[in-house]
Design a protein around this ligand. Structure first.
Ligand code: TXA
Ligand code: MG
Length: 365
């Protein structure tokens, strides 16, 4: 059962966390799969549920006003300036970790990722959890999906990711559709003391330029070789089940015709009106979205359609918001190939291009 989260649900979820259990909760970026950040056994439960290698560090989520110095040490002034400017919000800061952070959270590294989400349900959960813990409390949470898959942006997506976990093993708080839709921006400020400038490890809704406005320098975009590891920075990541390629608009038609000639079906996501031969995917997608949780292979959403066109938002934030939910719905259609029309290579599209580039890389593109 998914809870439409009210105060009672949130309190139950906070107690579940204190007891060492797993809680999936909404954030403004994507849903997280949370456990008590100071309980190594509980964190092991996250790795087991996700099927994620245990040397990958997990972000610790904090309530507004939490004491940074409880979780990190040698905190540079720029970190406080960034917290002031962007928290609560979709920015994760990598800092030298305090000694109390279990190895299980940091993947054995000497840093910790900290973030304060702006979603009200997340904030209430984090505040209540900290209260129950006696003041300080953080929730370690990666995105609530199986390792390498597309992050969930609704409570139903989370349920669909973990059909093997019933309520007694995973409590899911429902906070509606995530507003941002892609994972937080990650900025490494853990090595300023060693002369290594701030580095953008994962682009997101908060841009490098916005960060530069606050700290006075542009973060480096290419992390050094000794930079902290980020699993979301693996080249192939964030992939749907259906093979996906990135193509220019004029390449789509030729490539699609070739596949159709072989009896395959294609769903293309691109800007503006469909190219000749494509039909709008709206109706099929609406049906598939409703049934997404079921992933019922017996339902023929495509019918006779071989070339479907999904019109993508022209605005990068709107595109990001829709992206993962759309990929899940398209997966449910059961087509043979997804083709994404390449967005512009501009700064505004950096985060989206990063995610769809990794999705394509999962299929060798
Ligand atoms: O928006 C988000 O960040 C979401 C929501 C739930 O907060 N979380 C998320 O977590 O995307 P996850 O685990 O799927 O991705 C977090 C990334 C991982 O690639 C992890 O390797 C990196 O952050 N990370 C966490 N702690 C780190 C650290 N100490 N050093 C370097 N990278 C770290
Ligand atoms: Mg993830």
């Amino acid at each position: 059962m998914t809870l439409a989260a009210g105060p009672t649900d949130i309190d139950a979820a906070a107690r579940r966390l204190v007891a060492g259990g797993l809680v999936a909760f909404p954030t403004e970026t994507v849903y997280g799969l949370g456990a008590d950040a100071e309980n190594p056994a509980a964190i092991a439960g996250i790795y087991a549920a996700k099927g994620r290698p245990s040397d990958h560090p997990v972000i610790v989520h904090l309530a507004p006003g939490a004491d940074l110095a409880y979780w990190a040490k040698d905190i540079p002034d720029v970190a406080y300036a960034l917290v002031e400017a962007f928290w609560p919000g979709p920015l994760t800061l990598i800092l030298p970790r305090a000694d109390r952070i279990p190895d299980a959270v940091s993947g054995g590294q000497d840093t910790v990722g900290l973030r304060c989400p702006s979603h009200p349900v997340a904030q209430q959960l984090l505040a209540q959890f900290a209260r129950l813990k006696g003041g300080q409390g953080g929730v370690a949470a990666p995105s609530a999906n199986k390792f390498g898959q597309v992050s969930p942006t609704t409570a139903d997506h989370v349920r669909a990711e973990f059909p093997e976990l019933d309520d007694s093993r995973l409590l899911v708080l429902d906070g509606g559709a995530a507003q941002v839709g892609i994972e937080s921006t990650i900025l490494d400020v853990s090595r300023l003391g060693k002369g290594v400038p701030p580095a953008l490890l994962r682009p997101g809704h908060i841009s490098a330029a916005q960060i530069a406005d606050v700290i006075g320098v542009m973060p480096s975009l290419q992390a050094g070789t000794d930079a902290p590891r980020v699993s979301g920075s693996l080249k192939a990541h964030y992939a749907p089940h259906t093979p996906l390629v990135l193509l220019g608009r004029d390449e789509i038609q030729t490539a699609a015709q070739r596949l159709v000639a072989k009896g395959s079906s294609v769903v293309a996501v691109g800007f503006g009106n469909p190219p000749v031969g494509f039909v709008p995917a709206d109706t099929a997608l609406r049906h598939a979205e409703k049934n997404e949780g079921a992933r019922d292979p017996g339902i023929d959403f495509l019918g006779n359609a071989r070339l479907l066109w999904v019109q993508a938002p022209e605005d990068p934030h709107a595109y990001a918001h829709a992206l993962y939910a759309q990929l899940r719905a398209i997966d449910a259609l059961g087509a043979d190939q997804i083709m994404l029309e390449r967005p512009p290579e501009t700064e505004a599209w950096r985060a989206v291009n990063d995610r769809i580039g990794r999705a394509a890389a999962a299929f060798g593109g």
